[in-house]
Every structure is written in structure tokens, then in C-alpha cells.
Ligand binder design. Sequence first.
Ligand code: UD1
Length: 338
Amino acid sequence: MKVLVTGGLGFIGSHTVVQLIEDGMEIVIVDNLYNSKIDVLDRIESITKVRPTYYNADVTDKEEMEKIFAKENIDSIIHFAGYKAVGESCVKPLMYYRNNLDSTLTLLELMEEYHVNNMVFSSSATIYGLPDSVPLTESSPRKEATSPYGETKVMIERILEDVSKVHKEFNIAILRYFNPIGAHKSHLLGEDPNGLPNNLLPYINKVAVGLLPYVNVFGDDYDTPDGTGVRDYIHVVDLAKGHLLALRKLEKNCGLFVCNLGTGKGTSVLEIIHDFEVATGVKIPYKIGPRRLGDIATNYASTDLAKKELGFTCDFTVLDACKDGYDFQLAEEKRRSK
Ligand code: UD1
């Protein structure tokens, strides 16, 4: 099977590409390096001993994408490419709507034209907004998102539903990710954002290696056991496996399929800091600060559907993910200092 992976050099994309190659699939990556580095291609090759076909192209550029569809005989698509910074999306909403919607529309039009029927789409638990109850099941209501970024995910889910209604031959998996963390065991792939990290684990990692003085804990007055926010942190290698399983499901002509990818377990900010210290032996200083705008108290996934429909279970714990993420960060700092 030949799979087009948009955003295949990014954090989740690169881990998924490794697993697909290891499963024997042929990979075509399209990535414009907006939020990724070309080195990742070499690293994928050094892990798998296979160099995937790579195009430096923008998925919103239909002409360029059409050339790729005409040349490569694509069977399935995994669409990761997109802007994903919640805060930035509030400042530059147009940029987010244009990019995230346009890229998906381009792919859908080319799927029609070139009779490519299978797509996996990267959605997010952000579509559940402020949940009425947890765990979140796939039938929990989709709420108004708390950012333009989140709203693009809500809109794209709706577009995919509408397209599925008329294209009965399309098989589309909407995967709703909870909080992906961790890194590949080779320490060659991981999450390494430029500048000040927005997300918790990249921030903790920078504190752990001494690049930042302490973690700001955004609020300890939530209605949770220790007052800090509770999330469902899933190891990125487990998340990547979910994509492989979703592709297999699409091959069975399942039509539209919507599924959470999480662990089913909530962990608070203070628990994660503690787990990180246990896993790595590094002390993490922190200060309690005010709540961050748009944050919710608790979300974690119901994993029943993923288990039933995909046979998905997690192989890794939060402790494993903390250790792998930290080891990647250390290795990355070492590579940078050379
Ligand atoms: C956010 C996005 C989500 C996106 C995910 C990517 C929203 C509302 N959330 O999730 O869509 O998929 O990033 O991984 O759109 N925290 C701190 N200090 C920090 C950073 C975070 O205390 O420096 C806390 C937050 O308040 C939260 C938890 O840590 O309780 C996790 O935050 P974060 O890693 O940013 O992820 P989310 O906000 O859950």
C-alpha cells in the first residue's frame, strides 16, 4: 500500500511514518518544513533503513499537489499537516482558517479526481470543548471550540461528514487525539518546538535540561483532586500505532469512522511533574500561577471504541513517555552543541 503522509516530518507524522514503513508500507511524505526539519527525513531513514519519497510542497497548493497525485499511485492519505498553536490561532485566525481548511479541501478534491478513497484525519479532543462529563466518548457533543485552531478541527470534521454522505466509496477515519507526549526509543524523533513551548511536556523538558528556570503551573483552583488541570497524556508511539490500525480498518471499507486516541487515564499537572521526576531523576521546580485563558479542568478519553473497533491498547505509560521525551531532549541538546 502506498500512503501519502502530509506533515510526515512533524512530531506525530514522523513517528507514524516509521511504524508504517516497519509494517511494509510505501510512504510519500509532503511537508513544507513550516514546523519541522529536513533532518527528520535522514533520521527516519536511519531508524527504518528506508528513505521515504519526499516532496517539499504546501498542501494548500493544488497545482503542486496535483503533480504529486498524478505521479504517485496513492492508495491512502494520512493528513497531519496543519497549524496547531492555540495562542497563535487567536492572534492570526485567518491564517489558521485558510491553511487548515484549504489543505483539507485540496486533498478531498484530489481524492475525487484521482479516485483515492481512504483518508485518516488528525483531529483533536479540543472539539469536545468544555465537556459536560468525562470520560469523553465519541458521541459526547462536539462543542464550540475555545480557539480558531480548535474551530478548524470542528469545521473539518463537519466537512468530512458531509463529503462522506455523498461519496459512499470514501473511507475516512477521524482520529481525535488527546495529549501526545514522549519520543521514539532511538531518541532521534521527538517534539522540539522553536522558542518558548506552549505545551506542558516540552516546557518541562526545557526546564529539565536547564534552558528554563521553572514550570508555570496554570492554576491550582480547578475542580480536580489537586486543583491542577487533568489531561490524558498518550505516548506518541502508541498514537502512531493507532494510525496503522486505522488504515487497516479503512481497507475494510468502513465508510466514516470517528475514534478517540487516548489512554483513558487522566493525569494532573502536579502528577506529571512528579512522574517526570520519578522517571528521570531530575528535580523540576515549579510555581503556581493564574489559570491560562481557554483551559478546562479535566478531559480524558473513553477508549472503548478504539479497543473494540481498532483493537487499540496502549503499550506505554506516562512514566515511559516522560523518560523517552527527556532522553530525546538530552540527545537533541547534545547534537546541537556539536
Ligand atoms: C492543547 C490544545 C489541544 C492540542 C494540544 C496539543 C486546546 C484547548 N488545547 O491541549 O487542542 O491538541 O494542546 O498537544 O485547544 N500547563 C501548565 N503549564 C504550562 C503548560 C501547560 O500548567 O506551561 C497545563 C495546562 O493548563 C493544562 C495541561 O498543562 O492543564 C496541558 O496543557 P497543554 O500541554 O498545553 O495541552 P492542552 O491545553 O490540554
